[in-house]
Write a protein that binds this ligand. Structure first.
Ligand SMILES: [Fe+2]
Length: 408
């Protein structure tokens, strides 16, 4: 007989520590066991799901805590022969023997089952839900100290929560040495590369001669209206970090507009525009020697349908309508109103980045922009992208660690 209790402490199919949550009753359901807690919370566990999540014995590998059972190995003979609760209130399942000398008993941690019953296994768990904002409800981006975020996990947690809740955060008092973003990124996750490089510069010499070359409007002194970067990609970069090293130019103030708030406004006041913007497609196109990134998608792109849609709104690379000819006129009309709304002081924050500030924001949700700049002063920013998956993964890990420390 093989027991799945691999140590004195009952292990779970992942590496988190679970506080015991003794189950009150267990009953047979439809090809499943239904467990109930004393407060009425209930979880139905399909027998195949239980078999896949048996720690050891070909279910979950104790070393990697990953499933190792190919679905083709699941068989109709994998039946629950008996079930009970142990003294600690964990679930014990005796599996029907597959052969004469085979008998398997699996024990499932009550706290682990409870976290599933509470939905804490879902992707949206352990991180704050997005809250739409406008210029009245968020008068300035939340501010955090850059050194604290690099040194302290609670500060990192607060910053990531700001990014997931508001889509924006400004880190202050960072060193003004180039490359500091690499140190910050190392705290969060891998940097996303692009044809602009892992760590890219936003720098324009305002005295550039007319024949000077740059491959992006960002590296000019031109105004950049509210936009999101790299809509030419199937999944544009999730988050953007802009580190201000020098800002001596006249003008060049930064702007931010919450796309989540624009979507709410459109749905409430102009649902026709919302429908057009979220269904009519445009081809976005990075023109450059040796590159040809293109993607066709609507301005408000639901992508997977989860969470806030992705805003694709960088007019320098919006190249062609990809919709019936008859729709182009109304698509332009909706686009004009959308961009006017994005630049409306009711929705748009305007502020000036100073040396040592790092503007961090959700590049798929929050539209950013820049006023034109001129004069003799220099303006130099560096940027990195970090994908949403990395932000979410680190945010869940630090939120869970903090909850465990505070026994939340
Ligand atoms: Fe940009």
């Amino acid at each position: 007989m093989t027991q799945h209790d691999l140590s004195a402490e009952l292990l779970a199919p992942d590496f988190y520590h679970y506080v015991s949550a003794p189950i009150a009753t267990v009953a047979a359901g439809n090809d499943a066991l239904v467990v109930d807690w004393p407060d009425g919370v209930q979880l139905s566990c399909h027998r195949f799901w239980l078999r896949e999540n048996a720690l050891g014995q070909g279910g979950i590998d104790p070393a990697t805590r990953e499933g190792i059972m190919d679905p083709s190995e699941l068989s109709d003979a994998m039946q629950i022969a008996a079930f009970e609760l142990n003294k600690s209130g964990d679930l014990r399942v005796t599996w029907a023997p597959q052969s004469a000398d085979d008998s398997v008993i699996s024990t499932y941690h009550s706290g682990w089952l409870r976290h599933i019953a509470e939905g804490k296994h879902l992707p949206e768990s352990w991180v704050p839900a997005p809250e739409a904002w406008n210029a009245s409800t968020l008068s300035a981006p939340p501010q955090r100290n850059a050194h604290a975020v690099v040194k302290d996990n609670d500060a990192l947690c607060e910053m990531l929560n700001d990014l997931l809740r508001w889509g924006v955060c400004v880190l202050e008092q960072a060193p003004t040495e180039p490359g500091f973003l690499n140190e910050l990124a190392a705290r969060i996750g891998p940097v996303r590369d692009s044809n602009f490089g892992l760590l890219w510069d936003v720098r324009a010499d305002v005295n550039l001669a007319g024949d000077a070359k740059t491959n992006t409007t960002a590296n000019t002194g031109l105004r950049l209206g509210p936009h999101t970067d790299l809509p030419t990609r199937e999944i544009p970069p999730g988050f953007q970090f802009l580190h201000c090293l020098i800002n001596e130019a006249d003008g060049g103030e930064s702007t931010l507009t919450d796309g989540a708030a624009l979507i709410e406004e459109l749905k409430a006041t102009c649902s026709d525009d919302y429908e057009i913007l979220s269904t009519r497609r445009w081809v976005f196109f990075n023109r450059g020697p040796g590159i040809d990134h293109r993607f066709s998608a609507p301005i408000i792109d639901p992508l997977s349908g989860e969470g806030v849609p992705t805003i694709r709104a960088f007019y320098p690379v919006r190249a062609f309508p990809d919709m019936p000819d008859a729709d182009v006129g109304e698509a332009y009309a909706a686009l004009r109103r959308f961009h006017a709304l994005a630049d409306d002081p009711r929705f748009e924050l305007t502020f000036r980045l100073g040396p040592g500030d790092i503007l961090c924001f959700d590049n798929r949700r929050v539209m950013h922009g820049r006023k034109a700049f001129s004069g003799s002063g220099q303006r130099h920013l560096q940027g990195v992208y970090i994908d949403r998956d990395e932000i979410l993964s680190t945010a869940r890990a630090v939120n869970r660690a903090r909850a465990a420390r505070h026994k939340l």
